[in-house]
Design a protein around this ligand. Structure first.
Ligand SMILES: C=CC1=C(C)c2cc3[nH]c(cc4nc(cc5[nH]c(cc1n2)c(C)c5CCC(=O)O)C(CCC(=O)O)=C4C)c(C)c3C=C
Ligand SMILES: [Fe+2]
Ligand SMILES: [Fe+2]
Length: 359
């Protein structure tokens, strides 16, 4: 059979709304063996690496997958906790907190769950579970504030690809971005202010975002502009002048030019220009992960101090802070607008009978 059936449907089930929270994904363990399949899936995605497939297949399989898993595993082992990968445990906590809010407001009509674009829990498995539990309307919330084809676009591909295998599609609402949303900017600003209250101000606030190849921007990806907009709005909210903050791009991969200025090169150069104390925030990461904890918290900290810096502080991502959950729940609520959860019992009864399930 070409399409997945709707086994598990019972007529007594009421139609439900599903909220699927997604993030990038992370390896199962901080080991070379676990990194290989994770990196293979991630880096085989044509939205992530836009290089002709045949050429990329050779580079990926012959070079990268022989070198990078070991190096990445070492980096991951420095951030691993008792609960596993921070990205996974924080995304789970965010999803549970949104679920709690939905339960308080909508009771059992709205089911909230999370999935990862690469690795586990897989998007298709989570959609399977939701549909089996009666979901007929689906809101997808990728936890990327700024749209990029390599992240948000790729998440849409995964949903679309899953739908090609299903017979009875649910209704779909897909959240594209929230980079300039006022309560998101406010939550970021409050996080900075809380840090200032505790530690005082520094010479500069560095807003570091994950990079993408410059070529993607030149081909029309709005990510760079969306990052700058987040920075501008945040700086306005904090009353910062142009020389009190900076937008930079981190986590380069491969040899081509990526969005500039690069975070690492910037930090190496700042002490020589008289900037001796900095605070770094990453407003493109909804959860702390390898790229913030290790790359910003450790590696770039060292670069700055070795170059003559005197004070370096990383300001955590919004993670499962109450105010962040308020923002995410607000986005979800907006996207439930006009959706009711009335059960079409006659359709379900007919279907359940035909499928031989409970009627
Ligand atoms: C937040 C937005 C992100 C964008 C944009 C992004 C683009 C992008 N990433 C790579 C390559 C890698 N990224 C890796 C880790 C990683 N990337 C993001 C987010 C964005 N990536 C996150 C949240 C993480 C951390 C995951 C975790 O488990 O903690 C990695 C894996 C780690 C490593 O080996 O360095 C790679 C590889 C490309 C090529 C790209 C743009 C096209
Ligand atoms: Fe990345
Ligand atoms: Fe990195």
């Amino acid at each position: 059979m070409k399409y997945k059936s709707n086994k598990g449907f019972t007529h007594s089930q009421a139609d439900k709304i599903g909220v699927l929270v997604t993030n990038l994904g992370t390896p199962q363990a901080p080991t070379k063996q676990a990194l290989r399949p994770y990196l293979k899936e991630f880096l085989s995605d044509p939205r992530v690496v836009e290089v002709p497939r045949i050429i990329w297949w050779f580079i990926l399989n012959m070079v990268i997958l022989n070198i990078r898993p070991k190096r990445s595993a070492e980096a991951y082992s420095t951030v691993w906790t008792d609960e596993g990968s921070p990205l996974l445990s924080i995304t789970k906590a965010q999803s549970e907190a949104i679920a709690q809010r939905c339960k308080e407001k909508y009771g059992d009509d709205v089911i909230v769950d999370f999935a990862m674009r690469y690795g586990q829990p897989a998007i298709s498995d989570t959609i399977d579970k939701m549909l089996e539990n009666g979901v007929r309307k689906l809101v997808v919330l990728p936890l990327y504030p700024q749209y990029s084809a390599s992240t948000t676009g790729s998440t849409f591909d995964a949903i679309a690809n899953d739908f090609t295998k299903r017979r009875w599609l649910p209704e779909l609402r897909f959240i594209n971005h929230y980079n300039d949303r006022s309560n998101f900017i406010e939550a970021l600003a409050n996080k900075v202010k809380a840090h200032w209250e505790k530690h005082g101000r520094a010479d500069k606030l560095i807003l570091s975002y994950h990079g993408i190849p410059k070529r993607y921007l030149m081909n029309g990806d709005p990510y760079h502009c969306e990052c700058h907009k987040t920075s501008r709005l945040l700086a306005e909210k904090l009353g910062l002048s142009h020389d009190e903050y900076m937008t930079t791009f981190q986590s380069r991969f491969g040899r081509e030019e990526w969005l500039k200025p690069y975070t690492d090169e910037t930090l190496k150069g700042l002490p020589g220009k008289g900037v001796k104390s900095i605070q770094v925030m990453c407003p493109g990461f909804s959860a702390d992960c390898l790229e913030t904890i290790e790359e910003i918290g450790e590696e770039n900290h060292e670069y700055f101090m070795e170059a003559g810096g005197e004070r370096y502080e990383y300001i955590d991502a919004l993670n499962s802070d109450e105010e962040h959950i308020d923002v995410l729940f607000d986005i979800v609520q907006e996207n439930l607008h006009g959706w009711t959860v009335e059960s079409d019992n006659s359709v379900r009864a007919g279907l359940a009978k035909a499928l031989g399930s409970e009627v």
